[in-house]
Design a protein around this ligand. Structure first.
Ligand code: ZN
Length: 276
């Protein structure tokens, strides 16, 4: 472990504290800047020394100092997850631009996961600017993400090799979003219920822009697999049935984080396996 990664993880904890504010306030349409954080039970403003990521939760034993009601475990959990995400980025890319690009990506993904879990929505204020950010920042992203066959072919055909990363990002965004729309419409026609929402489509726009075509696919694959396993598990214990709707954004989010860190290695070992 590099000491710099540890310091960067501490920075991630602080960002995680801000993400908690986004998760709570964005679906409620209140400002994420003002007012200061308050206890959700008694509305008492939280003192700065009670607002230290993770540590305050432990010192306060998960209870508000004023009213004594319990503070959701989600607060330290989001902080820890963000710290871990930032740590993973620093360990993977060191202090190079992809670390900051992917820290931003994962921060948005964490917010989407928790908002979708609670409210079954994926707010446009994150997914759409997220998609634009993914394309704009593609120059600073790990360019291996964009080295897929389609982008490479198109780039070399039109003599655009020097902006192939940009093509890879745009194609990554469009491909899976379009396929989601088609699959979603087909599903709706067949089963008369909505399987994929427009929020999922816009989330894939963002994921594809950051991760490219191949890791976008892996995101969907890993997310669906995880969702199916959990769905079947819940059905077996009688907590769900065929019509239970799980928030797909949660699984896409987990799938995208998995693909970000392990996708290329998996693809390489897979290709290696099939080569003579
Ligand atoms: Zn309170």
């Amino acid at each position: 472990m590099h000491p710099e990664s540890f310091v960067y993880a501490l920075f991630g904890l602080v960002i995680g504290s801000f993400l908690n504010v986004c998760i709570y306030r964005l679906p409620r349409n209140t400002s994420i800047a003002l007012p200061r954080s308050r206890c959700t039970h008694c509305d008492t403003p939280i003192r700065p020394y009670d607002n230290i990521p993770v540590l305050s939760y432990i010192f306060l034993r998960g209870k508000c100092r004023s009213c004594g009601k319990s503070i959701s475990i989600q607060y330290p959990l989001v902080e820890l997850l963000t710290g871990l995400a930032f740590y993973g980025c620093a360990q993977t890319w060191g202090f190079t631009p992809p670390t900051f690009v992917n820290s931003l990506f994962l921060a948005m993904v964490i917010v989407l996961i928790f908002i979708d879990y609670h409210h079954q929505i994926l707010p446009n204020v994150i997914t759409l600017p997220g998609a634009v950010a993914g394309i704009v920042l593609s120059y600073f992203q790990d360019h291996r993400f964009y080295e897929d066959v389609f982008s490479s072919r198109i780039a070399s055909h039109f003599g655009l090799e020097n902006i192939q990363f940009f093509l890879g990002s745009v194609l990554g965004a469009i491909t899976w979003a379009v396929i989601f729309v088609i699959v979603g419409l087909g599903y709706q026609k067949l089963r008369k219920i909505q399987g994929l929402g427009m929020g999922d489509v816009k989330m894939m726009l963002m994921v594809g822009a950051f991760l490219g075509i191949r890791l976008g696919f892996m995101t969907i694959f890993a997310g669906s697999l995880l969702g199916s396993i959990l769905g079947i598990g819940l059905m077996l214990v009688g907590r769900a049935n065929m019509r239970t709707k799980l928030a797909f954004g949660v699984f896409l989010g987990i799938g995208s984080a998995f693909s970000l860190f392990y996708g290329l290695d998996l693809l390489n070992s897979y290709l290696h396996y099939f080569k003579p």
